[in-house]
Design a protein around this ligand. Structure first.
Ligand code: GCU
Length: 415
């Protein structure tokens, strides 16, 4: 016994695992070679948009089997019920609804509560759809917006204790979502709490929308990121039924882990006409092979429920990945996609996020488009906007009014 204690004292890693020290030194980024997004597995070149359609299938398949897992095709029913409605929200400029979507399949049900703000304009409104971290009520002071009863991460600031949300969070994310600017500029905002789709803990995939499917799991089954992205598509199913929403102009947006989900939603569901990744980092826009900041190994150890089990085969073994994240960006082509970083958010590897966009360019060029308009990472607070948009904002990890402002500019440019 004493010997074991001594061992643990000298080698605490035996008990706690190896401490992860992120690399933040550019000179220590390994030499790496990325898979060419325009070469088929059999070595043939992709040389036309028609070829790309086939290569796209091959690429998507790898992201499914090796990274995010395969999400099931939806064959259930969605019931929609408006639970609260304000016809004169935001000083009369907007209509605000909260809609309960009940997903029914296989005798099971999951309720999702979607908060929707729409500008009062003549035509159907373009909408920006994104998941939120702490509940719909954090987007507005409006006391009638429901506080979610789904499992929530404890967070003192937002008054989330015992994994329950509370009034304390009301309105705290109002600035971040820039709902008022959206409305002033003619955009709607639609959002829902991500934990209603899948609670963010390692629950053996028994809760949220995973519960609608009871298939046996394998190494390529969908994880939480897959479930969040899949849920965005179910909301899209609903938005398509609304006359006051322009379903051809729905952008999908997400921050951080939800930025990973937004990218995966954009890749799997081409109904999303524009895709926005805010500080999505590892498993999002950042290149895995750079090993800068968060790595594949670290993310799989810290969040074993986020990805397909297969992804763990590439922990500390990124060069074996048949794809890298530039090809995730390429899956959006020729649709517009915006990648945003925070300069101090080194964990998310701002440069690796930029490079993903840059290396997706050949696919955009196949469509006669530019893609990322700059070869070098732009200076701080200098957004660039081709079909791929990019900025690195001053400050750290977060979705700020500055970021939203650029997204509206980007949507204005393309729509
Ligand atoms: C952690 C995680 C990141 C993730 C972030 C977030 O930092 O390591 O991958 O993006 O949480 O979602 O806030």
């Amino acid at each position: 016994m004493r010997f074991i204690c001594l061992l643990l004292l000298i080698f605490p890693s035996l008990l706690f695992g190896q401490e992860f020290i992120p690399n933040y030194d550019e000179s220590k980024v390994p030499d790496y070679q990325l898979p060419d997004p325009l070469v088929f597995e059999n070595g043939e070149k992709v040389s036309s948009p028609e070829d790309w359609e086939k290569k796209r299938v091959e690429t998507l398949r790898y992201f499914e089997t090796e990274v995010y897992g395969i999400s099931p095709a939806w064959d259930g029913e969605i019931k929609a019920e408006i639970i609260t409605e304000l016809l004169n929200a935001l000083g009369g400029k907007a209509e605000r609804r909260e809609v309960k979507l009940t997903l029914q399949r296989n005798g099971k049900e999951v309720d999702l509560y979607v908060l929707i703000y729409l500008p009062k304009i003549e035509q159907a409104a373009p909408v920006i759809l994104g998941l939120n971290f702490y509940g719909n009520h954090t987007l507005s002071d409006d006391p009638t917006i429901r506080v979610t009863d789904a499992w929530i991460r404890n967070n003192e600031t937002y008054g989330a204790t015992d994994h329950k949300a509370s009034e304390k969070g009301r309105g705290l994310r109002r600035e971040n979502w820039a709902v008022e600017e959206a409305i002033n500029r003619g955009y709607g905002i639609a959002t829902l709490y991500y934990g209603e789709l899948d609670p963010d803990f390692d629950d053996g995939f028994e809760n949220g929308v995973h519960a609608l499917y009871q298939e046996e799991r394998n190494e390529s089954s969908w994880g939480a990121v897959g479930a969040w992205a899949w849920g965005l598509s179910r909301v899209m199913d609903y938005l398509e039924t609304l006359d006051d929403v322009d379903a051809a102009k729905v952008a999908v947006l997400g921050h951080s882990r939800l930025g990973k989900a937004a990218l995966w939603a954009g890749a799997t569901d081409t109904r999303f006409a524009l895709v926005i990744s805010n500080n999505s980092g590892c498993g999002g826009a950042a290149l895995s092979r750079r090993n800068y900041g968060e790595t594949v190994g670290r993310i799989n150890r810290a969040f074993p429920h986020w990805f397909a089990k297969r992804f763990d085969h590439y922990s500390e073994n990124e060069t074996a990945l048949p794809i890298d994240q530039h090809q995730l960006i390429a899956l959006m082509a020729p649709r517009p996609v915006y990648i945003a970083s925070g300069v101090d958010d080194r964990w998310a590897d701002p440069k690796g996020e930029f490079l993903s966009g840059l290396y997706a360019n050949p696919v955009y060029q196949l469509f006669g488009k530019t893609g990322m308009p700059e070869n070098k990472q732009p200076a701080v607070d200098q957004p660039v906007m081709g079909e791929i948009g990019y900025h690195v904002r001053s400050g750290g990890h977060g979705m700020l009014p500055y970021d939203m402002h650029q997204y509206f500019n980007f949507a204005d440019k393309h729509w």
